[in-house]
Design a protein around this ligand. Structure first.
Ligand code: SAM
Length: 264
């Protein structure tokens, strides 16, 4: 019906039917008076379901050639705004400042090539998001939800778990998409924690996490050799670890303590 060609470079794998979008919306439990941000509405499979539950949907779509499809499929809704632009280049605080709402949710079937940059953008923008419900590549979901002492536990796990309680909601088979991707997907819920562990310096905390995991096979003594190792050792010992431990063994609280101790 439309002269539309899928663009691999934009991560365009669209959901084929209504069942998955309905399931995402039902698992999201969208409260009254919620502004939902969607990244990548595509052909509106999810957007049209979100619009039935949300007070307002604000969608960002990078691909202008989806304009006709989106405007037509969403013509019966007066609570959907679409910004045709790269989400990563937007001033999100400014974009949402014109809406009044009680809750802010991000719900999206993400373009997988920029999953982490999108989450970083949301965190860095400083907007207070109550809940993020996203579909991501299954392996990426495993990393976000990983527990210490497992292969998937890494810097992104620690970083995201600082802000959110992360849960896997359900797996989505690759057959549910057109074109079909080479991987299965998972829908995750990231719920903002009620209280965040106090941090003296957030950018230093990010730096410590990155350095700790820099060389996966090296222990903390090596990865953190440019910092005050005596102070780090004190904290590690108080939690039952030593400098020969690897970053993947440490829970979030220990990274927070190390960061604060080096910055007090
Ligand atoms: N939501 C639709 C669905 O579930 O069928 C489409 C999801 S598809 C995986 C990802 C969508 O994100 C595509 O429509 C793509 O054009 C869009 N996209 C890719 N990069 C983007 C960016 N930087 N900013 C905004 N949208 C982007």
């Amino acid at each position: 019906m439309y002269d539309f060609r899928f663009k691999k470079k934009f991560g365009q794998n669209f959901l084929k039917d209504d069942s998955i979008p309905n399931k995402i919306v039902s698992f999201s439990n969208i409260p009254n008076n919620t502004l939902v941000i969607e990244i990548g509405p595509g052909a509106a499979a999810l957007t049209s379901k979100l619009a039935l539950k949300a007070k307002q949907v604000l969608a960002y779509e990078i691909d202008n050639s989806l304009e006709d499809i989106l405007y037509e499929k969403l013509s019966s809704f007066d609570n959907v705004d679409i910004i045709f632009d790269d989400f990563l280049n937007r001033d999100i605080s400014l974009d949402i400042s014109k809406y009044s709402y009680d809750h802010l949710y991000v719900i999206a079937n993400l373009p997988y090539y920029i999953t982490t940059p999108i989450l970083m953008k949301i965190i860095d923008s400083g907007i207070v998001v109550d809940k993020v419900v996203i579909m991501v590549q299954k392996e990426v979901g495993d990393r976000f939800c990983a527990k210490p002492k497992t292969r998937d536990y890494g810097s992104i796990t620690v970083f995201l778990n600082y802000f959110f309680d992360i849960k896997k909601l359900f797996i989505v088979n690759r057959h549910c998409f057109v074109p079909q991707p080479n991987v299965d997907s998972v829908v995750l819920s990231l719920e903002r924690k009620n209280s965040l562990l106090p941090l003296n310096n957030f950018s230093f905390f990010s730096e410590i996490i990155r350095s700790s995991f820099q060389y996966k096979r090296k222990n903390l003594k090596n990865n953190l050799k440019n910092y005050d190792l005596a102070k780090i050792e004190d904290i590690l010992i108080s939690h039952g670890y030593s400098l020969s431990a690897r970053a993947e063994e440490l829970p979030l609280e220990v990274f927070v303590e190390i960061s604060n101790k080096l910055n007090d």
